[in-house]
Design a protein around this ligand. Structure first.
Ligand SMILES: [Zn+2]
Length: 446
């Protein structure tokens, strides 16, 4: 075979082909096509191929395994030339491009050959190569920038730039989102069903499954997914993108009113403790089991007899949640619980004659305090009157009609005193509004 020689050295080529799934590789020949073309080119130019190397990775970032291995083998002298379709197959980032050029600089690489690009190991050739690498990088950078800009513009126009949720279809012809007639009906019905407040998320998932809406694996959707669907504002025409909410150009399939009531049900049903409202046993949470120390819980039981009599019972029992003690306490009726508790309380309760005497003393105290309160109130009233008279005089002086009217009304008894006091929390010689607010006492005093 004829050998190409530039400086008397035998040139051994690595044939390097690369294609990734990246957008910027879309227009590039497939790996098979690249290899076929390169083999034909090598034959035509009489190049000696040491090995064919194939990479299936993006060249956007450094760290491709096959490329790295090729570079170190070239440094070891396994080959001294590279054959590739175009410089952009070798590098789309500044690090790898720099490495190639450096290998040319220090003589490890004698030459690079591309069917689509001219390159010699001369200052001019390296300059051209540099430009080619720079161009590949620029292509990647500007493509991602353009993509982002395009998406932003799309969002501003009200187009959702991603996959539409169930109930909608991405129309690839017009790059828009259209309503999926059949599924949107099911979604709306699911919203209506849930908004009634009687269905669990599982019921909604079952309802959707019955109507053909299932997970990707063909199973009934999860509770989380059902909750996500029911709270997705996309259905009322709003979508989130880049942390912001946008108004969509597509038709909403759920009304705002229906959506809001579904949200309310979601909020209500997601509260973890709505059980106690059904079990309002007075002793729950107060007593713990004597055997194992766990809390006591209560239950309603309804017994229907054959003759039609219905009996309601309330039972209390140990929750038996202890992992250490195995509790064998049975459940007991509320009446029995009352009896047990009463006997316990009896042991610490007062003897009847003591209780009577203490009650009498308490009543006396109450009366006394009421009297002293009324005396204080009288005193304060007097003080307020004198202040009001003063303020009326000063108001008249300053022609402040409104306040003086109010003050006069109070003075004449048309407005209750408390109204004036409640205007502002003024302190009258140490007694504030709150001091004589308890109405029961002031009534008694009056
Ligand atoms: Zn117990």
């Amino acid at each position: 075979m004829e050998q190409t020689a530039t400086s008397g050295l035998i040139q051994k080529f690595f044939l390097y082909a690369r294609k990734s799934t990246d957008v910027e590789d879309k227009q590039v020949l497939s790996i098979e096509a690249q290899i076929t073309e390169l083999r034909a080119y090598a034959k035509q130019e009489g190049l000696q191929i040491a090995e064919e190397l194939i990479e299936k990775q993006s060249a956007k970032i450094p760290g491709r395994p096959v490329f790295n291995k090729m570079i170190s083998r070239i440094e070891h002298g396994d080959a001294n030339a590279i054959l590739a379709w175009h410089p952009d197959r070798l590098a789309r980032n500044s690090v790898d491009g720099g490495r190639i050029i450096y290998l040319l600089d220090c003589g490890h690489l004698a030459i690079l050959k591309f069917p689509t690009f001219w390159c010699e190991n001369t200052s001019q050739g390296k300059f051209m190569l540099n430009i080619a690498f720079g161009q590949s990088k620029y292509y990647v950078d500007s493509l991602s920038e353009n993509t982002k800009r395009g998406l932003r513009q799309k969002v501003r126009n009200g187009d959702y730039p991603s996959q539409a949720p169930i109930g909608y279809i991405n129309d690839s012809r017009y790059k828009s989102i259209v309503v999926d007639k059949k599924k949107s009906r099911v979604i709306r019905l699911a919203f209506q069903l849930y908004a009634k407040g009687e269905s669990r998320l599982e019921d909604i998932a079952n309802f959707l499954a019955k109507n053909g809406i299932v997970s990707r694996g063909g199973k009934i959707i999860s509770k989380t997914r059902a909750s996500f669907i029911l709270s997705n504002p996309f259905y009322i025409g709003l979508f989130k993108y880049g942390g912001e909410r946008h108004e969509g150009k597509y038709d909403p399939i759920v009304s705002k009113k229906l959506f809001d009531s579904a949200q309310e049900v979601l909020k209500l049903r997601s509260k973890p403790n709505h059980k106690p409202t059904i079990n309002p046993q007075p002793f729950c949470g107060l007593i713990s089991c004597a055997s194992c120390g766990m809390m006591i819980t209560g239950e309603y039981k309804v017994k229907k007899q054959k003759n039609g009599n219905i009996h309601n019972y309330t039972y209390y029992r140990c929750t038996k949640k202890s992992k250490v003690v195995k509790c064998s306490e049975p459940c007991i009726r509320q009446e029995e619980m009352d009896r047990q508790l009463s006997s316990l309380i009896k042991s610490v309760s007062l003897p009847p004659d003591w209780a009577e005497e203490l009650n009498r003393l308490a009543l006396q105290d109450h009366k006394k305090s009421a009297q002293s309160h009324s005396a204080v109130i009288e005193e304060v009233k007097k003080e307020i009157k004198s202040i009001i008279i003063l303020s009326i005089k000063s108001c008249e002086k300053n022609n402040i009609k409104k306040e003086s009217k109010m003050a006069r009304a109070t003075f004449a008894g048309a407005l209750p005193l408390i109204m004036i006091i409640s205007l502002e929390p003024v302190e009258f010689s140490g007694i504030t509004k709150s001091n004589f607010l308890p109405t029961s006492i002031s009534k008694e005093a009056a």
